[in-house]
Design a protein around this ligand. Sequence first.
Ligand code: SF4
Length: 96
Amino acid sequence: MRNEELGDLEVWIDQDLCTGDGICAQYAPEVFELDIDGLAYVKSADDELLQDKGATTPVPLQLLTEVVDSAQECPGDCIHVRRAADKVEVYGPDAD
Ligand code: SF4
């Protein structure tokens, strides 16, 4: 599926399942970062760690591949990528 067909995407992490291995932060450090608690969080466009439960951040188009790879390889199965418009998950454990 191409991103143009999906529209704007956003991503969030379920920290309850995060193993802290850091794969996501390696793939897309502009989007994911480990905090001192050892868990991964998404970041806002201006580089702020978003620590509210279920916080989402937009997926930059140029980082789509990295974010999708992160979701698919995440050992905790806890990276959720969804359409911004209707909140339907398109990559991650709850995607069809
Ligand atoms: S890849 Fe998944 S389990 Fe690993 S640090 Fe990122 S969110 Fe946590």
